[in-house]
Design a protein around this ligand. Structure first.
Ligand SMILES: [Mn+2]
Length: 331
């Protein structure tokens, strides 16, 4: 990883936009806040501006109101004179939505820091990708280790810890490596309240989400002797539970925890002729090939796609594609 180059480019920039994908997760938000506090100390004018609203469960990262949601009236003047946009954890440039448009409009140089795979013909000025990293936050940690001359502050560590904790399912998933635990040690030493972060992220589920999960659990379908489990959610189920689309986060991970299940899938029909599909694997079978074939992408064991069509047409396609993929990988 060429962090020397990254450091040079950052050092030459005076005004830097930090951003992450729509509906940002702990990795995107934590990486951005860690970098924000670092750059602010370095005297660089920076802002975190995302295309989505800030998710409440991460409020502990936003005590200084450092996260902003994009509004052209409020931000265009500042963005017009940006030297650099650092993009965290994006997977696909399109997932920046309005931020992508404004980056293109003002011709801002882009630095993609990510652990998702990207094609060789990626659209970024600088593409810093490490698919082996458990989280984008672990890459930021590596950069600081090599090029930050002062110890990591508590603010910086809270971001990095959140990134690594959420992308490893609290240090449980198969991507959890030595670096993740090394990061945990450094963060604990810096005074991060790890249990507070855990409670904020994982023990603050809205009742609506749990009511929806109850309906999901009742409707899991098992295929291939229980190796593959899938479920569907539609607008009617969402409304009956008083839930929002954000409430489905983590459901596919949950179904994967069932004994014998190697691959889980969700088909979420959101009422507008599109379905969001999520795939999760315990680690024996890859799932990003299927996601990619459907126009999406992701990691080997956690991937997804957004597909046009209603659930009646999409479900058979998903089931068929996963079964074919399992068969291919079993030989
Ligand atoms: Mn990530």
């Amino acid at each position: 990883m060429n962090w020397k180059n990254v450091n040079k480019i950052i050092g030459e920039s005076k005004r830097i936009l930090l951003t992450s994908h729509e509906n940002p997760d702990g990795d995107g938000l934590g990486s951005a806040s860690a970098m924000y506090y670092h750059l602010r100390e370095e005297g660089i004018d920076c802002k975190i501006i995302n295309c989505s609203d800030f998710p409440k469960e991460y409020d502990f990262l936003n005590t200084e109101q450092i996260f902003e949601s994009y509004h052209s009236d409020k931000h265009d003047e500042w963005l017009r004179t940006c030297d650099l946009a650092i993009i965290f954890d994006v997977g696909d440039f399109k997932r920046l939505r309005k931020i992508k448009d404004v980056i293109e409009k003002y011709n801002i140089n882009t630095m993609n820091i990510d652990h998702h795979p990207h094609p060789d013909d990626h659209p970024f000025t600088y593409n810093i990708v490490d698919v082996k990293a458990a989280a984008t936050g672990a890459m930021i940690f590596e950069y600081f280790k090599q090029y930050r001359h002062k110890p990591l502050t508590k603010n910086i560590c809270e971001g990095i810890y959140t990134a690594v904790m959420t992308d490893t399912g609290s240090f449980r998933y198969s991507n959890t490596d030595e670096t993740c635990h090394e990061i945990a040690i450094v963060c604990l030493a810096a005074g991060v309240d790890t249990s507070k972060i855990y409670q904020n992220v994982y023990e603050s589920k809205p009742q609506s989400s749990v009511r929806l999960l109850a309906r999901v659990i009742d409707n899991v379908t098992f295929e291939n002797d229980g190796i593959f489990a899938w479920f569907t959610i539609d607008k009617t189920m969402l409304d009956a539970a008083g839930a929002t689309p954000a409430d489905v986060d983590g459901f596919t991970d949950f179904v994967r925890t069932i004994k014998g299940v190697e691959v889980s899938a969700m088909v979420f029909e959101n009422g507008n002729e599109t379905c969001r599909i999520n795939f999760r694997s315990k680690g024996k079978y890859t799932v990003n090939d299927v996601a990619k074939a459907m126009g999406g992408g992701g990691h080997k064991f956690a991937a997804g796609a957004i597909v046009h069509g209603n659930k009646e047409t999409i479900i058979p396609q998903v089931v068929k594609a996963v079964k074919a993929s399992l068969k291919r990988q079993s030989v």
